[in-house]
Design a protein around this ligand. Structure first.
Ligand SMILES: Cc1cc2nc3c(=O)[nH]c(=O)nc-3n(C[C@H](O)[C@H](O)[C@H](O)COP(=O)(O)O)c2cc1C
Length: 182
C-alpha cells in the first residue's frame, strides 16, 4: 500500500544536518514506493498560536489565522506518517517546528478531533552538536502519547555543528533505512 508521508523540517538551514537526514529519509521512503511531502518551515509564513481556542477542525482552514499552515493542514490530515525533523536548540526542538505543532492544535478543536489517532504514525529526525537529546525525545514521546500516534523510530545525530558535518556518517544510512522500512 502506498503511504503518504509528511516531513515537518524545522531547521533554518536548507543544506544543514537536519535537511541531510530528511533527504536520506525521503530517498528511503521513495525507494519503498511511498510518497513524501517535505515542508521547510523556516521558509514559510507561519505565525504563533494565539491561544484563542477558536479552531474548527472540519473547516478548510481550521485555524482563525490564515497563513502558510493552510498548506500543512490538508497534508497532515491526509497523511499516514508525520516526521518531525529538527536541529536540537537548547535541548529541544527548534522554534519553527514547535510553532507549527502548536498550530496543528486547531485540528483537535471544534467539530471532532481530526489530529488524534486516525491510524497515524510518526518518526523523529534530529541533529545536534552534542548528544543531549533526552528532553526532545521526552517531548516527542509525550506528544505521541497524547496524539495516539505510533512511534516508528528516531534518528538522533550528535556530533554535528556546522552544516555538512553529518556527511558520510552512519545516521544518514539509518535515516534512509527508517524511511525504507515504512
Ligand atoms: C540557537 C541554537 C541552539 C542550539 N542548542 C544546542 C543544544 O542545546 N545542544 C546541542 O548539542 N547543540 C545545539 N545547537 C547546535 C545545533 O543543534 C547544530 O549546529 C545542528 O547541527 C544544527 O542542525 P542544522 O544543520 O539542521 O541546522 C544549537 C544551535 C543553535 C543555533
Amino acid at each position: 500500500m502506498c503511504k503518504k508521508i509528511v516531513i515537518l523540517n524545522g531547521s533554518p538551514r536548507p543544506k544543514g544536518n537536519t535537511s541531510a537526514l530528511a533527504k536520506a529519509f525521503k530517498e528511503g521512503v521513495e525507494s519503498a514506493g511511498h510518497t513524501v511531502t517535505e515542508f521547510f518551515l523556516g521558509a514559510m509564513d507561519i505565525h504563533g498560536c494565539k491561544g484563542c481556542f477558536g479552531g474548527h477542525s472540519s473547516r478548510d482552514c481550521p485555524c482563525v489565522q490564515q497563513d502558510d499552515m493552510m498548506q500543512i493542514y490538508p497534508a497532515v490530515k491526509a497523511c499516514d506518517v508525520v516526521v518531525l525533523a529538527s536541529p536540537l536548540y537548547y535541548w529541544t526542538i527548534s522554534g519553527p517546528l514547535k510553532t507549527a505543532l502548536d498550530r496543528l492544535f486547531a485540528l483537535e478543536e471544534g467539530d471532532g478531533n481530526l489530529l488524534r489517532g486516525n491510524g497515524k504514525s510518526a518518526a523523529l529526525l534530529m541533529a545536534a552538536e552534542g548528544h543531549g537529546f533526552g528532553d526532545a525525545v521526552a517531548y516527542y514521546d509525550h506528544l505521541l502519547e497524547h496524539l495516539r500516534w505510533k512511534n516508528l523510530g528516531h534518528v538522533l545525530a550528535g556530533g554535528n555543528m556546522d552544516a555538512g558535518d553529518i556527511q558520510g556518517k552512519v545516521e544518514l544510512q539509518q535515516a534512509y533505512d527508517l524511511g525504507k522500512s515504512l
